[in-house]
Design a protein around this ligand. Sequence first.
Ligand code: NAI
Length: 696
Amino acid sequence: MSTPDRGHWRIERDAEQIIWLWADKADASANVLSSEVLQELDGHLATIRSEAPRGLVVLSAKKSGFVAGADIKEFTRIQGEDSGYRLIHAGQAVLDRLAALPFPTVAALHGFALGGGLELALACRYRVAVGDERLTLGLPEVQLGIHPGFGGTVRSVQLIGVKAAMRLLLTGKPVRAEEALRLGLVDRLVAAENLHAEARRLILHPPRPHRAPLTERMLSWAPIRPWVQPSLTAQVASKVRREHYPAPFAIIDLWSRFGARGPAAFEAEARSIARLFVSETARGLIRVFLLQDRLKALAGKSATPLQQVHVIGAGVMGGDIAAWAALRGCRVSLQDSDATRIPPALARAREWFQSRLREPDKVAAAVQRLSADPEGLALAEADVVIEAIVEDLQAKRTLLQQIEPRVKPDALLATNTSSIDIGALGAGLKRPERLVGLHFFNPVAQMPLVEIVAAPASSEPAVRTASAFARTLDKLPLPCRSVPGFVVNRVLMPYLQEAMHAAAEGVPFERIDAAAVAFGMPMGPVELADVVGLDVAAHVGAIVAQGLGRPVPDLEPLRARIAAGQLGRKSGAGFYPWQDGKAIKAPVSGTAPEDLTDRLILILLNECAACLREQIAADADLIDAAVIFGTGFAPFRGGPFAYARARGVNAVVERLQALAQRHGERFEPDVGWALLASGAAASRPPRTSLEQPVKS
Ligand code: NAI
């Protein structure tokens, strides 16, 4: 069935009989290959073929780049393997027609060409690209639990050889200009103003198309493949488990069966991705991708500039927040009552700039942007002031009261407290409405989430500015209410405490961690406690428990270590000995108690249900996002609630009841589950432009 042409493509014909086909998706700032876009492309290709021009140049009319990939939202509508296959097969057929055109075809690239976008370029005979720092070429599908489906698993190997193609396909990591040229992924790199001229030259004087070198092609020969395949599989297996992440194994499997040759390879690619589409992993990872987009979209525009940042407290967090803000282009001043704390923070920042920015002038510029300010002289100019001093209510309150008269009237006042109520901190201020929690996680450079914590008094503009600032720093803002532990620490605490209960019963630490990792957590709860610091974990645990009116846990293994000064990684020993930043673990032996994984995971899920009931964040999806991006919760499971839905909410509740009978009332199912079961709390429409949670 043909739909009316919406004008996603534009055709120009020049005097030299070259056709210029511009991708320009209607109503979008970036091109994506939706079914509609592909269908229109198909129509144009039929016309172009019949015109028999000298050649065809495919290029993008968008400033942002070439083509960002397939339309991921379409993937969420795939109901079964058959519909997934039809979608992919149709797309493959369009690119096959492009690849089969009997005259030279050139993809003229700038900015990004990712996923389906790169597959489109691979279906052309030549690729020329603007070789600047924005050029980003990649096949990131594996990060969504799938693999390329428009011929990318086949054409990438043919063009650049199995080793280089597998690196693109299996890691999903993009390559930049110089590497793309070295690999042969592009034929030419040019300056922006020469892109069209070079594309034209390739059409008028077509060289022999690039192919992978013979030594690389030999690796794909049938007798050789069985020798290569085990090492590829071993590399992937050392990083991920097949049952959690089947896609990279499927990529290797496709290559080892067909050697990236012939129609059967394309057909198998389509069948394989159709199977992956309906896997729990792809559904989970696609959900994570869309949740990330949602968090990004939450950040409204700030009414004020957010360029000048003042951080008070040059410790672990303050120092890293200051460095990160400077790295992201803000001018930052760093204050501490103990002036000796500032130089080490600046030195740490400099090392970091060097490793991240590499080019000396960029490093120098970042160093320039970050300055010591022991007296707080820059306070009066700051657009954003972040308090990151010791976790002590009185100290923070006094400081905030002292600085309030000195900051600009429209500056954002923020605190990085991890456990103190924002309302209590703002109580002594003349204008408490401007105070918001900006809860960064440790390590700042690695953790994508920032909880934007609102007290009842916090104003909407202040919350909006805080979210916008999080985006300025390329972090994901998660608006939530100020309750003990906010969302992330609140749900982590029962998980860590359950690990302590199990350990007190005699289950070895390694066994506990192995159970969590087997579920898909990035590290087990025992190791996590060591990383956080046992004193910090105990302190936050106590504050959360007190705040919720629960008994303060006094868990034996934890108490004993803290008393002995074994505080975790930072002191060289905690539950584990630590060496060179790594926990030394004994091999796991014996069998785990049958309910160990459920004890750890379901108690965390139960706390998520409590957060939902208390509306700490606006809906179930945002709680899932908080837990994924704030703790690394098994991304392929799509978040705690997605996991609960996949397992069946009633089944989860029944299991919690059984655990409560066996292990105690801490497992008693929260009434919040009823909200989820009824669907009432899932994915509600936004309440305000910022999805501010309802104030209690
Ligand atoms: P830290 O102990 O490493 O650093 C605190 C710094 O504040 C010290 O350099 C101290 O000299 C300075 N300071 C104390 N009182 C001051 C005052 N009145 N004026 C100026 N400077 C003062 O502490 P850390 O770990 O960086 O924590 C800071 C804040 O971040 C706390 O509120 C903590 O709860 C929060 N946080 C900590 C995380 C962590 O993993 N360490 C994670 C997330 C939040």
